[in-house]
Design a binder for this molecule. Structure first.
Ligand code: PLP
Length: 377
């Protein structure tokens, strides 16, 4: 057992009680009472017209690509520094991914490179709010509007974060949330599709229910349900929704704990970072972050690797991510070459994520920071 885990997904409220209630109620398939509670909480809390829980953020992104009718030959613009699901969803529909580099400060899609990447084939842009710090949405939305592109926000990290006072996930036609165990709010594996464009709501319900109009049937709007479109089974069991609802109910407690952790790392490591050429996260003034993670950029790859090993030997688990997508086997098959996205290539070598979770204690955090400050460069 490690001394200090990178992540520790444990119940923080009534999760187990709600799971038991879901099982006793006899409705353990999808769209039961707890799914409805999660939908309402998120719709009211964020001000989104329609929220649909999904089995993962990956599946919410898959649904987005289907909903936007992405076809072979279409191009979709994606930041190079993200998880594979952001791109896979669109490639699955036959689209060509166009990777653009990230900003060196927030590690978000570099909006100054967006317009030059737009061609007559571009159908969508997928900004990822990395670490729950908002992308420059004013500029992105303006470019998208002028070129008729759909915006799908990959908000896997950013639930309850804001850009200029507006919740992340409420800018694009669609947004995808993750409730994977590493996220602020979790049910093990889970996600949600936020639908801001009301015209997409009805078809989203159909795609999520195996291409049938079952949701309308259960609402009594039609007298039989049938196969009307393509789709799959994207809805989670109500047992998972019960766990998630227990977590979402505790959102103030969870977010305030994570905020404290984040600020403690930031203030505790600031002087050390400055004197060792280590970059700490940058949060622009217009962004209220979601306190999803705490990362550092070490000066070089070998130092990052050495630090991870050194911490591991002390029982402290830290991790890195993402590898540049354009240099992966798949990325290269789409034409990616070394040097295409220099910021991503550099950041991918330098980034280390420190232990950060809902039950990390102040004394554990002290141990992490002391160990880091004793690290020999
Ligand atoms: C930016 C981003 N998008 C999408 C995903 C996929 O999330 P899920 O595991 O819920 O499918 C992740 C996973 O961590 C992610 O980091």
């Amino acid at each position: 057992m490690p001394l200090i885990d990178f992540n520790n997904p444990v119940p923080v409220g009534k999760e187990l009680e709600y799971i038991s209630q879901a099982i006793q109620s006899g409705h353990i398939s999808g769209d039961g009472p707890f799914t409805k509670k999660c939908h309402e909480l998120l719709e009211n809390g964020l001000g989104v017209p329609k929220v649909l829980l999904t089995t993962s953020c990956t599946h919410a992104l898959d649904m987005s690509a289907i909903l936007l009718n992405i076809q072979p030959g279409d191009e979709v613009i994606i930041p190079d520094f993200t998880f594979v699901s952001t791109v896979n969803a669109f490639v699955l529909r036959g689209a060509k991914p166009v990777f653009i580099d990230i900003r060196g400060d927030t590690l978000n899609l570099d909006e100054t490179k967006l317009e030059a990447a737009v061609t007559s084939h571009t159908k969508a842009v997928v900004p990822v709010h990395y670490a729950g710090v908002g992308c420059e949405m004013d500029i992105i939305m303006d470019i998208a509007k002028r070129h008729g592109l759909a915006v799908v926000e990959d908000n896997a990290h950013g639930l309850f974060g804001k850009y200029k006072g507006k919740y992340l996930g409420t800018f694009g036609a669609l947004a995808a949330q993750s409730f994977h165990e590493t996220k602020n709010f979790s049910c093990g594996e889970g996600g949600a599709l936020l639908i801001n464009d009301r015209e997409l709501v009805e078809r989203a319900e159909i795609i999520r229910e195996k291409g049938t109009n079952r949701s309308r049937f259960f609402r009594g709007q039609i007298d039989k349900y049938t196969w009307v479109d393509i789709g799959s089974s994207f809805l989670p069991s109500d047992i998972l929704a019960a766990y998630l609802y227990g977590q979402l109910e505790q959102r103030e407690k969870i977010q305030s704990h994570r905020k404290n952790l984040w600020l403690t790392y930031e203030t505790g490591l600031r002087a050390w970072a400055n004197s060792h050429e280590v970059q700490l996260p940058v949060v622009p003034e217009e962004c209220e972050q979601s306190y999803h993670m705490f990362y550092m950029l070490m000066p070089k790859l070998d130092l990052r690797q050495k630090l991870i090993t050194y911490l591991r030997e002390m029982g402290i688990y830290s991790v890195f991510h993402y590898l540049p997508l354009h240099l992966s086997d798949m990325g290269r098959s789409f034409g990616g070459r070394d040097g295409d996205c220099p910021v991503t290539e550099r950041v991918s070598d330098q980034l280390i994520r420190l232990p950060f979770h809902n039950v990390l204690t102040g004394s554990e955090q002290e141990q992490v920071m002391e160990a880091i400050m004793e690290f020999k460069f």
